[in-house]
Ligand binder design. Structure first.
Ligand code: HEC
Ligand code: HEC
Ligand code: HEC
Ligand code: HEC
Ligand code: HEC
Ligand code: HEC
Ligand code: HEC
Ligand code: HEC
Ligand code: HEC
Length: 441
């Protein structure tokens, strides 16, 4: 086809046409050379040395008994290796310590199968430094550093002797993520994105996977593909931007999920969530101080927790920021077509609405994942917490009636909602001062 079109474009210049045909034949020849079945399958592409290694290692069932009793398979699938992107590299490049001269038997001590993987994995770094850099920033690498030997390393996601080009990954099987996150994969497979053929790394990335609820990365990923989403929500949802900040996308788009409110400790001065200081488990010890019975934080305890955080810091910089989200990470993957999403305001803006019956308080933990602690739903209703929970209320969803009333007025009366919000914050502060910290119910 390409040649035919060229001929038309070159309007019969004999030389040019011949040239194009010649190039075409050369390309065809090259393609045929690459694509033709090689004589004797596994031979051909691999070097003689590799074939010699495989003469022993392609034997199924070849294994090595380790000191701890485990068996390490010594089998390498030669045909898969030949098809892999690394087929030109050759065994000795990655196995520099192993040669015909020094084995078998091998004298190196291997204490466990996992320890072997961890040590061999270093070889990938020598050629893929940029990927390693991305990986180092991931939650998986953080887990590994914190001593979780089973957090994924390169060879958990890329079988070392059968690495395929990106295009060859089978998205339908969810590999490599499904190996360890199977319940999520199963839920995801029948979701709107699973059906559309997207995979985990479309949202989470492959190497720089971050903790799911730590920052805005996931929301940003959604909005990078759905660029018109904010505008389309604005057509029916007042203050859609505020909702996008305070309500996670799955909280509306996974309609059957159980929801909760997470009150995140927030540093107002630094404008970021409070994170555990290295080596000082401040959250847990402070929780133990204010809730010694472990029955969940009530309004008084929550207030004391904040006072504790602020005592050695400066002027009330630590506050709480509420976020309505799904309680179970698996449910976050059951996203449905948008006509099934929650649109009914009363699902949230009504007294006793479900999402407000389950409350947690959280801090960013040492590995980047949040550490959560249960609180009693009453903390959202109590005047004591108004200052702490200040930035978070939903009409009717919580029982701070004054707020409900003002908010309803702001919406119905057509006062600009941002203006309404500011006024409310100011009035609340005054009201809270006036009642002098007494509970309203
Ligand atoms: C004569 C058969 C034979 C040949 C040829 C051979 N191996 Fe092995 N290899 C073995 C056996 C058997 C073991 C298990 C040794 C043991 O149990 O201590 C082994 C172990 C290994 C291991 C595990 C390393 C370890 O520290 O235990 C690697 C890697 C390996 N071989 C790579 C190679 C490479 C690369 C080549 C080619 C340069 C090669 N082998 C050639 C038989 C062979
Ligand atoms: C791109 C680098 C690379 C190449 C090329 C490579 N290997 Fe490996 N090999 C590894 C890594 C990494 C491991 C550790 C695997 C793990 O994590 O379990 C390994 C493990 C092994 C093992 C131990 C058994 C196992 O699967 O864990 C044997 C035996 C082995 N390789 C032989 C070979 C032979 C033979 C060749 C050539 C046909 C070869 N390797 C080519 C990287 C490589
Ligand atoms: C000696 C250098 C070298 C080492 C060591 C090496 N690679 Fe590679 N790798 C390459 C090269 C070169 C390519 C590109 C091959 C191509 O595109 O034809 C590649 C390609 C890849 C790809 C596929 C890229 C694509 O096209 O989608 C993956 C995945 C990969 N390597 C993972 C690994 C892993 C995991 C290890 C460690 C077990 C490793 N590599 C070790 C050189 C290396
Ligand atoms: C948690 C699973 C996972 C881990 C761990 C992982 N990878 Fe990958 N990698 C993937 C997936 C999935 C892809 C497919 C590309 C994509 O979807 O972005 C990929 C793609 C690649 C590619 C080719 C595409 C690209 O982005 O350039 C290379 C090279 C690669 N990985 C190397 C590595 C190396 C080296 C390590 C270890 C430092 C590693 N990977 C660790 C899952 C992983
Ligand atoms: C359409 C985007 C998207 C895709 C695709 C996706 N996720 Fe998620 N993932 C999310 C969101 C959003 C959350 C929850 C964030 C929240 O609660 O705010 C999440 C949370 C998670 C969590 C944390 C769960 C917990 O218990 O808190 C894991 C683990 C995870 N995803 C793994 C995966 C795996 C594995 C796949 C592929 C099978 C996948 N994700 C596909 C968006 C996605
Ligand atoms: C070898 C096992 C393994 C593989 C493979 C793996 N993970 Fe993980 N992953 C873990 C473990 C262990 C954790 C920490 C415990 C947890 O949250 O489930 C984790 C945590 C996560 C988290 C953070 C969860 C949170 O609470 O915020 C996300 C997101 C995630 N993985 C996504 C992925 C994606 C996407 C892939 C594929 C590209 C993948 N994982 C592949 C083992 C794995
Ligand atoms: C308060 C509940 C709610 C929240 C929060 C929410 N959505 Fe929606 N979304 C809906 C409803 C309801 C529809 C269907 C509206 C309709 O049919 O007119 C919808 C429609 C959509 C659509 C299809 C229409 C379009 O814009 O292409 C996309 C995509 C979407 N939402 C993405 C998101 C993303 C991304 C987030 C998080 C940043 C999010 N939504 C947060 C309720 C919500
Ligand atoms: C890599 C791009 C990509 C990312 C990232 C992504 N989506 Fe999608 N989304 C799609 C595609 C493609 C479809 C399927 C469109 C179709 O089948 O009509 C879709 C469909 C949807 C729909 C259904 C729309 C409808 O018309 O019914 C919703 C809702 C949605 N996505 C929300 C989200 C949310 C929430 C996130 C983040 C957690 C997200 N998407 C992340 C590409 C993406
Ligand atoms: C999934 C739960 C949910 C749904 C559905 C929902 N909202 Fe909200 N809404 C919230 C939460 C939570 C807040 C609190 C945001 C904050 O102040 O942090 C909020 C805040 C508001 C605000 C105040 C904005 C501000 O500036 O503080 C208005 C007005 C509002 N919602 C109106 C609506 C209307 C009208 C609908 C239906 C079309 C609706 N909401 C649907 C959860 C929801």
């Amino acid at each position: 086809m390409g040649i035919g079109r060229s001929r038309l474009e070159t309007t019969g210049t004999a030389f040019h046409t011949e040239f194009v045909v010649a190039v075409g034949i050369a390309v065809l020849a090259a393609v045929l050379t690459v694509a033709s079945p090689r004589a004797g399958a596994a031979e051909g592409a691999l070097s003689q040395l590799d074939q010699q290694c495989l003469a022993c290692h392609s034997a199924e069932g070849l294994e090595k008994k380790l000191d701890n009793g485990e068996k390490l398979s010594m089998h390498v699938d030669g045909a898969a290796f030949e098809k892999s992107v690394h087929n030109k590299i050759g065994c000795p490049v990655c196995h520099a310590n192993t040669s015909f001269e020094n084995h078998p038997p091998v004298k190196t001590k291997i204490s466990s199968v996992r320890e072997y993987s961890l040590s061999q994995n270093k070889v990938c770094e020598s050629c893929h430094a940029p990927i390693l850099k991305l990986y180092e920033s991931s939650i998986h690498a953080a887990l590994l550093r914190s001593g979780n030997a089973y957090a994924p390393i390169c060879t958990d996601c890329h079988s070392p002797h059968a690495v395929m080009a990106k295009a060859a990954y089978d998205k339908a099987s969810g590999t490599p993520c499904s190996k360890c996150h199977d319940p999520i994969f199963k839920a995801y497979a029948s979701s709107v994105h699973g059906n559309a053929g997207l995979d985990c790394s479309n949202c989470h990335r492959a190497h720089e996977v971050t903790a799911a609820t730590a920052g805005d990365q996931l929301k940003d990923a959604c909005l990078a593909c759905h660029q018109g989403a904010l505008d389309s929500h604005k057509t029916w949802l007042p203050n859609a931007g505020r909702h996008f900040d305070a309500v996670s996308c799955p909280a509306c788009h996974s309609p059957k999920a159980k929801r909760r409110v997470d009150l995140r400790l927030y540093d107002n001065a630094a404008q970021q969530r409070v994170a555990e200081k290295k080596g000082v488990p401040q959250f847990e010890s402070r929780i133990r101080l204010v809730d010694s019975k472990g029955s969940g934080l009530d309004a008084m305890a929550l207030h004391s927790l904040l006072t504790g955080f602020n005592r050695d810091g400066t002027d009330n910089r630590t506050t709480l920021r509420g976020r309505l989200e799904v309680s179970d990470g698996v449910d976050a993957h059951r996203l449905v077509r948008s006509k099934g999403a929650i649109q009914d305001c009363a699902k949230c803006h009504r007294q006793g609405a479900d999402p407000f019956q389950s409350v947690t308080v959280s801090i960013v933990g040492p590995d980047g994942r949040p550490v959560r602690y249960g609180a009693k739903p009453e903390v959202l209703n109590s005047m004591i917490s108004v200052d702490s929970v200040g930035g978070f209320y939903a009409i009717g969803g919580t029982r701070i009636k004054l707020l409900d009333w003002l908010l309803a007025l702001a919406v119905l009366g057509g006062i600009g909602v941002p203006l309404g919000h500011l006024t409310i914050n100011w009035l609340v502060k005054r009201y809270a001062k006036r009642i002098g910290g007494k509970e309203d119910s």
